[in-house]
Design a protein around this ligand. Structure first.
Ligand code: GLA
Length: 438
C-alpha cells in the first residue's frame, strides 16, 4: 500500500491537495510556503438560528474546506490572494487595519489579523494563497473556513508561535466576522471548523462554550447524510439574518429573559402578544429541544443502533419549523425536501442561515439513487439550475497539512551578484527572500 493510500486502499486526497496549495502559492508569490493549513466547511444536523440565542447546535466538519498556504514576512504587510478570486489580490498594512476598510473576500482573512491584534496578539506580516473546494453560497460556511485557515496560518507563523485554545480562537474568528466584516453571525460555524472530529457531531452549548463529541455512524445502520446544494445564492449580510436575530432579541426582552435559551417550555411563549415574535421564538425553543432529543437518541445504548428513523422525522420537523415559524426557507429547498422525503429519505431540511444554500437529507443507502433522481427531476420540472449533491461525512477539524517530500515545487532561482569579476551565487532560502519583502 502506498503512503497516500488509506486503510481501505482508497487514495488519500490530502497530499495532492497540499501540493496544489503549495503550487498556488508558488505561482502567486514565487517561492515555497512555510506551511499549509486547511480548515473545513460545516454542515449542521440540528439547531438552526439557535447559536446567537445562547442555545444548542449539533454541527460537524465536512471533508471539503479551504487551504491557506502561507509564509511569514517581517514587515507587517499582509498579501492575500485567492484562486477563486483571480485578479483580486490585496496588500494591506497590519498597522492600518480597521473595520470597513476591506471589502469582499479579503475582509475575512484581514478581519482575522485585526481581531487577533484586538485580542492582544502581535503578528508578523504574511503572504497567504487561498484555495477552496467549498462552493461559495452553498451554505457550507466557506467564510468560516477561510477565517479559520487564515487564523491557524497567522498564529503559527508568529515568532514565537501563538497558541490559542480552539474555543477561544473560534470566538476571535466570530469577532472578526461580526465587527470587521459586519455580518452578525453566531459561533456555530467557526466552532465546527475548529473543533469537529471525524465520525462525530459537535454538541455545543453556545452560552457556556462547552462542547461534547457525539459519535455519529449512520453508515452502521445503512444510511448516510446527503447535501443538496440548491444553487440558490444566499447572502447573510442582506439583512434578513440580522432581522431574525433582532426579533429573537426583542422576544427575549419582552419575556424578561437574557436570551431565548432560558425558555424551555413553548407554553411560556403565550405571553408574547405579537404572533410573529411568538413564531420566531417557538422555532428557537423547539430546535433547542430537538438538539437534545437527537443527542439522546444517538447516545442511548451503543449509539450504533440509534433510531435513525426518529432522527429523520425530527429533521423534517425542523424544516417545517424553519419554513413556517422562522420563515427563512426558499422554494428550491422546500421542493428538494419534499422530493427527497417522498423518494425515501428518512428526513430532510434546509440548513444554515436561510434564503439559499443547501438542504441536508438523511438517506438510507438503498434509496440514495432514487432520492437524487427525484430531487434532480423536480428541479428540472421548474427549470431551476440543476442541484449539486455531496455526501456529507463528519470529518477532522482545521489543521496543518503535511506536504510530502518531493511534492514541494522548487523555489525561484538563487540571486547572483558580480563582484571583482567573480559571479557570487547566494544560495539563500527563498523564504528568506520573501521575508525580506522582495
Ligand atoms: C449562519 C451563521 C451561524 C448560524 C446559522 C444558522 O450559518 O453563520 O452562526 O446562526 O447561520 O443556524
Amino acid at each position: 500500500m502506498s503512503p497516500t493510500e488509506g486503510a481501505a486502499g482508497a487514495a488519500d486526497p490530502e497530499p495532492a491537495r497540499a501540493a496544489q496549495a503549495a503550487e498556488e502559492f508558488r505561482a502567486r508569490f514565487g517561492a515555497t510556503p512555510d506551511g499549509i493549513w486547511v480548515a473545513p466547511g460545516r454542515a449542521n444536523l440540528m439547531g438552526e438560528h439557535t447559536d446567537y440565542n445562547d442555545g444548542f447546535v449539533l454541527p460537524f466538519a465536512l471533508s471539503q474546506g479551504t487551504t491557506a498556504a502561507a509564509a511569514r514576512r517581517d514587515d507587517r504587510v499582509l498579501r492575500l490572494s485567492s484562486r477563486q478570486e483571480p485578479g483580486r489580490d490585496v496588500e494591506l498594512s497590519l498597522d492600518d487595519l480597521a473595520p470597513g476598510q476591506v471589502t469582499g473576500w479579503a475582509a475575512y482573512p484581514a478581519g482575522i489579523a485585526w481581531a487577533l491584534r484586538a485580542a492582544g496578539y502581535h503578528l508578523p506580516g504574511a503572504c497567504i494563497a487561498i484555495d477552496s473546494d467549498l462552493a461559495a453560497g452553498a451554505g457550507l460556511s466557506s467564510s468560516a473556513a477561510l477565517e479559520c485557515a487564515a487564523a491557524l496560518a497567522l498564529t503559527a507563523l508568529a515568532v514565537p508561535e501563538i497558541r490559542i485554545p480552539r474555543p477561544r480562537l473560534a470566538a476571535i474568528a466570530q469577532h472578526a466576522e461580526n465587527e470587521f466584516v459586519g455580518v452578525p453571525s453566531g459561533i456555530m460555524d467557526q466552532s465546527a471548523s475548529l473543533l469537529g472530529q471525524a465520525g462525530h457531531l459537535l454538541m455545543l452549548d453556545c452560552r457556556s462554550g462547552e462542547s461534547a463529541q457525539v459519535p455519529f455512524h449512520p453508515e452502521a445502520a445503512g444510511a448516510g447524510l446527503l447535501l443538496i446544494n440548491t444553487r440558490a445564492r444566499h447572502e447573510l449580510s442582506d439583512g434578513e439574518y440580522g432581522a431574525r436575530r433582532a426579533e429573537c432579541e426583542q422576544a427575549a426582552r419582552l419575556l424578561g429573559v437574557p436570551s431565548l435559551r432560558s425558555i424551555t417550555n413553548v407554553a411560556d411563549l403565550d405571553r408574547l402578544a405579537d404572533p410573529v415574535l411568538q413564531r420566531r421564538a417557538r422555532h428557537v425553543v423547539r430546535d433547542n429541544q430537538r438538539v437534545h432529543i437527537v443527542v439522546a437518541l444517538l447516545t442511548s445504548g451503543s449509539g450504533l443502533g440509534a433510531d435513525y428513523r426518529e432522527i429523520g422525522r425530527l429533521i423534517t420537523q425542523a424544516h417545517v419549523s424553519l419554513r413556517d415559524d422562522f420563515e427563512i426557507s426558499w422554494p428550491e429547498a422546500d421542493a428538494a425536501v419534499e422530493a427527497a422525503v417522498d423518494a425515501g429519505a428518512l428526513g430532510a431540511r434546509m440548513m444554515g442561515g436561510g434564503f439559499g444554500g443547501s438542504v441536508l437529507a438523511l438517506v438510507p443507502d438503498n434509496a440514495a439513487g432514487q432520492v437524487r433522481a427525484a430531487v434532480a427531476a423536480v428541479f428540472d420540472r421548474h427549470a431551476w439550475t440543476a442541484p449539486e449533491f455531496l455526501d456529507a461525512v463528519p470529518s477532522a477539524s482545521a489543521r496543518r497539512m503535511v506536504l510530502p517530500d518531493g511534492m514541494v515545487p522548487p523555489g525561484r532561482d538563487a540571486p547572483r551578484y558580480r563582484t571583482r569579476g567573480v559571479t557570487v551565487v547566494f544560495r539563500q532560502d527563498p523564504r528568506e527572500v520573501l521575508r525580506a519583502g522582495t
